[in-house]
Design a protein around this ligand. Structure first.
Ligand SMILES: [Zn+2]
Length: 254
């Protein structure tokens, strides 16, 4: 049983960063809960513990003590960035320690899965002397999911569909890094159209336009997200192709 500790950054009297009407502590809690739910609904062989499941004040030491005494195998600490910038970055501990190569390998898998799902601008895999990654006794990563003080990132972070994409990136990355097995079930993948109107394509070619589909229409996905020059597409059950850009379509499974 792989024990995954998910830390929702900040909370209670500590709102974290704020901007554009958003508070970091609310977003990190939403992302932690969504990540837990995707892991539990779609994967086997693990258990998840959260540092908090409500708007609660916790010190950094209380958080790492919780993970360490539970004996977590992996820790992810979820945050939202601020200070001028856009996009996604992740951090591992910058000290020298014996499991550093393995820690960075696992963090790299989680990092890439989040960038792939969200299409956030990739600011890189970084190292820093942060409490959450230094004081955790197991491999860990701290994710900074967009900038709350950037108008464009904040607009995306206001969308529940985009939060679902960030959480799905975390869950898929953790599952791959930790070797979780997907639940045997008949789950199907879907995309729901978020844009007012959106082109579909006859082939995996942005020039090969087929028909326009409209907001809230839902289609079954038969081929997962794959790269097409300048972006990504899904193949639909109808045989048509559609953009995988999470600003235009929401991907989900049920
Ligand atoms: Zn933070």
């Amino acid at each position: 049983m792989t024990k995954i500790f998910i830390d929702a950054g900040h909370g209670g009297t500590d709102p974290g960063a704020s901007g554009n009407g958003l508070h970091e502590k609310d977003l990190t809690l939403a992302l932690a809960l969504k990540t837990r739910d995707i892991l539990n609904n779609e994967y086997d062989g693990h258990s998840v513990q959260l540092s908090r499941t409500s708007d609660r004040t916790l010190s950094l030491t209380e958080r790492t003590n919780m993970a360490n005494s539970w004996g977590a195998d992996y820790l992810v600490s979820i945050h939202i960035n601020a200070g001028g910038g856009v996009g996604f970055e992740s951090f591992t501990y910058n000290g020298s320690y014996s499991s550093k190569a393995e820690t960075n390998r696992l963090a790299g898998i989680v990092h890439d899965a989040i960038v792939n799902r969200t299409e956030f601008r990739d600011r890189g895999k970084k190292e820093a002397n942060f409490h959450m990654v230094r004081e955790s006794a197991m491999p860990s990563v701290l994710t900074e999911n967009g900038f709350i003080d950037s108008t464009s990132d904040a607009a995306a972070l206001k969308s529940d569909a985009f939060l679902n994409s960030i959480a799905r990136g975390h869950a898929e990355g953790l599952a791959e890094a930790l070797g979780l097995t997907r639940k045997a079930s008949e789950t199907q993948a879907f995309v729901k159209i978020l844009a007012d109107s959106l082109w579909t394509y006859n082939s995996a070619d942005w020039e090969d336009r087929a028909v326009i589909v409209g907001e809230d229409e839902v289609f079954t996905v038969i081929r997962n997200k794959f790269p097409v020059e300048g972006g990504h597409m899904y193949q639909l059950k109808s045989g048509l192709y559609i953009t995988a850009n999470p600003s235009y379509v929401e991907f989900y499974k049920k």
